[in-house]
Write a protein that binds this ligand. Structure first.
Ligand SMILES: O=c1ccn([C@@H]2O[C@H](COP(=O)(O)OP(=O)(O)O[C@H]3O[C@H](CO)[C@@H](O)[C@H](O)[C@H]3O)[C@@H](O)[C@H]2O)c(=O)[nH]1
Length: 340
């Protein structure tokens, strides 16, 4: 990956599972000069430092909510992954202003600092919950995307910084998500708590999410959103796949759809797909026409209306055996099952 040769990469929220995995990948590729991990939690940074013990890693304690701090941390940086976020639906539902502070204002601070320091590229990480949002987490992430797009379009002549983003769905086995919960329930011999067996979600191994983000880092143009054409499954099949994987026969208890949840997620809206570019595994969603107010209102797109949104309901559907095969590729499951 020549474009990363000698570069300094800053990762906000860098001690999370995305941050650690992308760090490992970049260090293995050996091209980058330095990786700056910018995050709030000293304990997580300490653990990551001990885990990696790598001279190219630099740790900076700071919050994206603090504009002065992120401004100082950004000096000398070439590229940014902006992964710091409040991402839990219930927490954002109860404390929406906190989601605004981190996901919206924090992103604005990161963009300000990046533009000030003439950073080459910023990739912001978003979620399918930002498309046709129904909860505060999705709304704040949608605002993050809108902010990235507006700042990309409003760039001053000569502005060097390319601002772009990615949107992906549920990352399999991410902390607090349903698969580790089901595995835990299986291990304890408890009933699997299923919200609604017909609910669907995009399922993405973390490795695919990293590929998507690195794709955006290499190819994203200013204002672009890159979206992976992910596969999806029903939650009923996901539960059955977990049981099959562990040859278990725990009961399944239906608990009903929780507050702030959708039956199906959307990765790309109909409006976005009508202006998308098909890049085989990905879609490139360029931003709307430039920052000219008049054109926004008078130039329409006849294609809108003829295209369906890309949802976890109409995406390629994984069946129980293909979910089992997918789960078996995950390092966490391999460890649980004692296979490598
Ligand atoms: O006890 C449970 C918990 C969850 N589910 C279902 O499992 C699916 C996935 O749930 P979960 O793993 O909690 O993920 P989401 O609520 O969809 O949100 C995750 O995926 C988002 C990306 O879409 C991230 O932004 C969020 O941080 C992350 O929690 C959903 O259909 C849930 O209704 C159950 O059936 N039983």
């Amino acid at each position: 990956m020549d474009s990363l040769k000698g570069k300094t990469i800053l990762i906000t929220g860098g001690t999370g599972s995305f941050g650690k995995t992308v760090t490992r990948r970049l260090l293995e590729e050996g091209q980058v000069a330095r990786i700056v991990i910018y995050s709030r939690d000293e304990k997580k940074q300490h653990d990551m430092r001990l885990d990696f013990k790598h001279p190219k890693l630099q740790f900076e304690i700071g919050d994206v909510r603090d504009p002065d701090r992120i401004m100082r941390a950004m000096a000398g940086v070439d590229m940014v992954f902006h992964a710091a976020a409040m991402k839990q639906v219930p927490a954002c539902e109860f404390f929406p202003m906190e989601a605004v502070k981190t996901n919206v204002i924090g992103t604005n601070n990161v963009i300000d600092a990046a533009i000030f320091h003439a950073v080459e590229k910023v990739v912001v990480l978003s979620t399918d919950k930002a498309a046709y949002p129904v909860n505060a987490m999705g709304c704040s992430k949608m605002m993050m995307e809108k902010l990235m797009i507006a700042r990309a379009q409003a760039s001053a002549p000569g502005q060097r910084t390319v601002l772009c983003g990615v949107r992906y769905g549920n990352v399999l086995y991410s902390r607090g998500s349903v698969v580790p919960l089901f595995v835990d329930q299986i291990r304890r011999g408890e009933a699997l708590t299923l919200t609604n067996p017909d609910m669907t979600r995009f399922l993405m191994p973390l490795a695919d999410a990293i590929d998507l983000v690195l794709h955006a880092l290499r190819h994203g143009k200013s204002g672009d959103l890159s979206i992976h054409k992910a596969k999806a499954a029903t939650i009923g099949d996901l539960a059955r796949a977990c049981l099959k994987l562990f040859s278990a026969n725990n009961e399944i208890k239906i608990i009903g759809v929780r507050a702030g949840e959708k039956l199906h997620e959307t990765l790309a809206t109909a409006e976005e797909l009508s202006r998308s570019e098909d890049l085989s595994a990905y879609w490139r969603i360029p931003c709307e026409r430039g920052h000219e107010f008049d054109k926004y209102y008078v130039e329409g797109r006849p294609e809108v209306g003829a295209i369906d949104a890309f949802t976890s309901d109409n995406a390629e559907r994984l069946n129980v055996s293909s979910i089992v095969e997918l789960l078996k590729t995950l390092p966490e499951i391999q460890q649980e099952l004692g296979i490598h």
